[in-house]
Every structure is written in C-alpha cells, then in structure tokens.
Design a protein. Structure first.
Lengths: 290, 343
C-alpha cells in the first residue's frame, strides 16, 4: 500500500462546486430562506435560519473532521470490473465513467488517515454523489481495508455513511459486501478498537443493515433519512401514508436506534470526546501494545 | 404458407411485446405454437416443388423459427423460470423438510424483547441421531397461514429470535442448520421502528464468529439482507432451483428499467441462479432437486437435501472449531473481489 499526502486546500473544492451550479444564492428546501452561498459554507453547509443540514461531499466531510484538512488517502485506485457486465437502460460501465468524471473518485468512498483533535484516526467517508453512494465490491473492499488497518494499527475508525444501499448493478456481489464488512467488524470488536458510525442523509438499505448500525456508538446528523427499506417501498407495502418525521434521525433516536443526534458543528468534538473515553491506554491493568 | 407465416408473425410480435414478462403458462403455449409451425413448415418442405422461390421462403421461415427458439432458451428465460420454481406454491417449506430430515423437533419461540415472529422458526432437533439446532424462514400455503407467517418476511424480532437460538446452540456446542426462503425482510412501519437494519447487521457480525459449525441452505427465495441475516455459514448451499439476490427481479426492473414487466431481463442481468452464484464464488455447493423441481416430489427433494447436509457437516467436523471459524472468516473476507487498481 502506497501512502501519499495531500495538502490542505487542494481537496476542499467540490462542495463549493455543487453550490455554485445554483448561483450565488441557495434556497433552503425546509424553511424557504434564500441563503447567500458563502454564508451557507461558512456555517458548515447548515442553514443559518432553520439548521437544515445540507448534504456535503466526502472531501468536505474529511475537511470538517480532520485537523488542518490534512490526511493520507489509501485504496483510492480500486475500480469496479463490472463483473456482471450489467446493462439496464444504460450500461453500468458508462454510469461508472460518468460518476468518476463527476466526482474525481474511482468509487463511492474515500479512506483517509489523519488526526482528529490530535488523535490519529482512520476515516472512511462515503460519497453520495457517486451512484447514490451505493456499495459494490469496491466500496466493500475499501471499507473492509479501513477496518483492517484500524484493527492492525489499533487506531480508532470513524465511518461516515451516505448511501442508498447495495449497488444493484453488481447483483449478489454487492450483497456479499455486507457479510464481508460485518465479519471484519467482528475482528475489530474483539481487538477492542473503537468504531464510531456516523449516519448522514441518507443512509438506507444494505449500508444501514450492516456497518452503519454496528458502531460502538451510532451517531446521526439531524434530519437525516435513515432506514432499512425506502419510504416508498414501505408506503406501497402497508398502503398508507407514513407519519411525519418517519425514518428521520430524531425518530430513530426516539425508538432507541441511535446513541445521539449531533449537530454538524458539534460532531467533531463529540467524536473526540467518545474516543477519549474509549482510549485503552488509560485503562488500568489492560495491555494495549500497538 | 400464408397461414403459417401469419402464425409465426404473431408469435414473434407477442414475444417482442411482452416476452420478458411472460409466465410459465404463456411460455408453454408459445412452445406448443412453435412446434405446430415447425410441423407445418416440415410438411411444406416435403410437398414443395423444387422451385427456387418456394425453397427460399421455407428457408426464411426456418431461420425465423430458429431465432425464436434461441430467444426462448436464452438465459433470461432460464433465470425467470428458476425464479418461478423457487416461488412455486407447492415447493417444500422448512417444516416440510424438518418433518422428513430431522427427528425430535422442539420449537423455541420469542426474542425476549418484543414478540414471537412466526416468519422465522427455530428449534432443537436430531439429525441422524445428533443434536442440532435449526433456524429458518417459514412460508405457508393457505391464505390464513400465509398471513400468519407474513409470507416468510421477518420482522426484527424474527432475526433477534434467530440469533438467540444460535447463541443457545453455541453455548451447548451443537451444529447449526439454517434454511433460507424469504422474499426479504419485511418493509413495514413497525419493522423500521424496531430496528430491522440493526437486527440484520447484528446477525451478520455475530454469525461470522459463532463457534459452531454452520450449514446454510437457500431452499427457495434468497431475498437480500433478509436472507443473508441467517446465511453467514461455513457452507452456504443453494438448491438447484433456488435464487439468491440483492433485490427481487421485479424491484430491480422497477428501479433500473422503470418497468416492472422487465423482471425476466432483470433476473438474468443480476445473475441470481445457483449456477450463477457458484460461478461468482458466492456459495459453496448446489443441492440437486428431483426432475421438474422440488415441488414435484417432496420426499425425493428432502432425501437429496439430507445427503448434502450429511456430507457437508461431516466435512466440517474434521477440523477444529478454531480453524473452521478462521476459514469461515477468510471465505467471506475474500468473497466477491471484483476490482482492479491496487495503490
Ligand atoms: Zn432553512
């Protein structure tokens, strides 16, 4: 594995680009407020009026979580081989190329190693703009490697989910990624290495039904859609309208499925506090050789 | 000749129009029609004078027939045929197999937190005299029972009961047989409230390190995470006419083709048959079924499954538990590696 370092500023651009396409002003879908784009960015892409958390891309997320936006990226060249040669209305190979061009990534996740308030951490940050953050063989492998790296080096791992679930164009191969990642998490768990799962808008399907729900702590941003089945599928199944706020972070918190719902502004300090608590080097009588 | 040509055109048009959505009955009808046309063409061939025009027309008819035959036997029909067999209403369900393969079945109920979920059953039994634990989805045939079993679609409490049953097996060192036959985990309001995703995720992690031999068989439908949640095993087998997929063919067709009638095409594209999964390295073996499918002969199907289970369990018991769990981990760790580009 070759490590390469990227400097601050170099990566933190695509969040800006996303907003720029809509001009200098952005309308908040929740409170209808027209917000000056720059104000929104300065507020971590959270609506200054109603606190709606806008979706942010994987790099912006890393910039918000890791000290000085400095980190080492790994596993960034893994690329799908389109094992099923899947073609629906469009060829999967073409969808991949398009997503790669749009995001500058090979697939829907970035593995990064950096510092969070001075403490070394591994972060897997998912990219929703890459085919809905869907999980195929590459995302499965990348996240597994991040978990293994955390286990082997005894460094805490933070996985930031933003995903519609398994990637249909890889069929059952995408399903098997759930098994693979969950098995790696069993090893991590046995090694007593901390795992903080961050669920952001949206986290559904196979991602929720595997690693996103398996953190030592499962933390969500406010208002994020989180669930197993999609709301439309549920509506069709039960043939009734879903209640207001169904499958949103606050709903999950109320039903005991989350440890906390944390504002983006406090997210880093919350994680930092948890990692302090979980730090095994300060546990009396426990061997923690690295 | 005009009549034959007309019939042929009708079959072609129908297949082009709704070939993907055709069911078994309409396929049988098409096969019969093709046979009829073939006979007519053969008769023409015998009767025809050796004039070149007639010969050429017969050749053309034969070409079209051949193309239709090829279309009919193409893989997307096969994948869909298997889907229909996997869902066949007369296909044996778990209790049918338990009755025929195991003795001393004693069911264990409830998740200790919320309810007992009849869509998943679990319990103690003997397998050729040996104490084993069984867990699996249960479907039903009549309407009342179907509703009771929720069409084999578990709620979170079903998966939590399954894990509780597995833990009992582990505590007392008994092998576990799991059986999968579900359209998927139930997508309902209560299921979401009670943490369907968490229940499945928890099972995936815990089964990976369960310290007992596990043999899973996909007997019918292997519906996505709802199937996988009881299918992390040392041996994962699929019955010949079962399917295993990340989403139902109908669901895939609706989303990817925006047209649910493209289900046969979606079934083929996703590669959901036992042969497909074996080829992709996602399962360990295929359990043969009696001619025509398991629904034709429950006794024979159970006997074939029985001998597969015996073989695989015997193989697993040769090594130590520690080695076996290590091998299980490595298997899933290295499964479905379809990528390039190491750093
Ligand atoms: Zn707002």
């Amino acid at each position: 594995m070759t490590w390469f370092k990227r400097q601050a500023g170099e990566l933190d651009t695509s969040g800006e680009r996303k907003v720029r396409t809509e001009g200098l002003w952005v309308k908040c879908d929740t409170c209808r407020q027209i917000i000056w784009k720059k104000d929104l960015e300065e507020n971590l892409n959270v609506c200054p009026k109603c606190d709606r958390h806008f979706r942010i891309d994987a790099r912006t997320r890393l910039a918000q979580l890791l000290d000085d936006n400095e980190y080492e990226v790994s596993d960034s060249n893994l690329t799908s081989t389109d094992p099923l040669k899947f073609v629906d209305l469009k060829a999967y190979s073409a969808r991949l190329k398009q997503a790669q061009a749009d995001t500058g990534l090979k697939d829907a996740v970035i593995n990064a190693r950096g510092r969070l308030n001075g403490r070394t951490v591994v972060v897997s940050s998912m990219e929703y703009a890459f085919i809905g953050g869907s999980m195929g063989a590459v995302v499965g492998e990348a996240i597994t490697r991040a978990i293994e790296q955390a286990t082997e080096t005894r460094v805490p791992i933070v996985i930031v989910s933003a995903s519609g679930g398994a990637r249909m164009m890889e069929g059952v191969i995408s399903l098997m990624q759930l098994a693979k990642i969950s098995a790696a998490l069993a090893c991590l768990d046995e090694a007593r290495v901390p795992f903080i799962s961050i669920l952001t808008d949206p986290t559904t399907g196979g991602v929720t039904a595997s690693f996103a729900m398996l953190g030592d702590l499962n933390i969500a941003e406010p208002g994020a859609l989180i669930g197993f089945a999609g709301p439309r599928v549920i509506e069709q199944t039960i043939r009734q309208k879903l209640p207001q706020g169904f499958q949103r972070s606050e709903f999950l918190l109320e039903h005991g499925m989350l440890d906390a719902v944390v504002h983006r502004r406090q997210l880093k300090s919350y994680i930092s506090r948890a990692l302090e608590f979980m730090d095994q080097s300060s546990v009396v009588g426990r061997q923690t050789s690295a | 000749m005009a009549g034959t040509e007309l019939l042929l055109s009708m079959v072609e048009a129908r297949l082009a129009r709704n070939g993907d959505g055709s069911n078994m009955e309409s396929r049988d009808k098409t096969h019969q029609e093709l046979e009829k046309i073939e006979k007519q063409v053969a008769r023409m061939q015998q009767a025809a004078a050796p004039d070149e025009n007639t010969q050429r027309e017969i050749r053309l008819l034969n070409d079209r027939l051949q193309a239709l035959r090829k279309d009919m036997s193409s893989s997307h029909y096969k994948a869909w045929e298997k889907t229909e067999l996997a869902r066949h209403p007369q296909r044996p369900y778990l209790l049918d197999y338990i009755e025929r393969i195991f003795t001393d079945w004693s069911e264990i109920h409830g998740d200790r937190g919320f309810a007992d979920d009849p869509a998943i059953i679990g319990g103690m039994a003997r397998f050729h005299g040996e104490e084993v634990m069984i867990v699996g989805h249960q479907k039903a045939r009549d309407t009342k029972q179907k509703v009771y079993r929720n069409f084999g679609m578990p709620n979170p409490e079903g998966y939590r009961k399954a894990m509780r049953v597995m833990k009992i097996a582990e505590k007392f060192g008994r092998p576990l047989f799991s059986f999968v036959d579900t359209p998927g985990a139930y997508p309902g309001l209560g299921a979401e409230e009670r943490g369907q995703a968490e229940a499945i995720a928890h099972n995936l992690r815990e089964m990976a390190r369960l310290q007992i031999p596990i043999v899973t068989t996909i007997t019918g439908e292997g519906g996505s995470g709802g199937a996988l949640a009881i299918a992390i095993a040392d041996r994962v087998l699929m019955m010949e006419n079962s399917i295993y997929s990340v989403i139902s063919p109908e669901g895939c067709a609706s989303i990817m083709w925006r047209d649910p009638t493209k289900k046969a095409l979606a079934a083929q594209a996703m590669r959901i048959t036992a042969e497909d999964l074996k080829e992709l390295g996602c399962i360990d073996g295929i359990v043969p079924e009696p001619e025509g499918g398991a629904h034709v002969d429950h006794e024979a199907a159970a006997a074939l499954l029985d001998s597969s289970l015996q073989k695989h369990l015997a193989e697993l018991k040769k090594g130590t538990i520690k080695e076996m769990v290590g091998t299980r981990y490595t298997k899933f760790r290295n499964m479905a590696q379809f990528f390039t580009g190491e750093d």
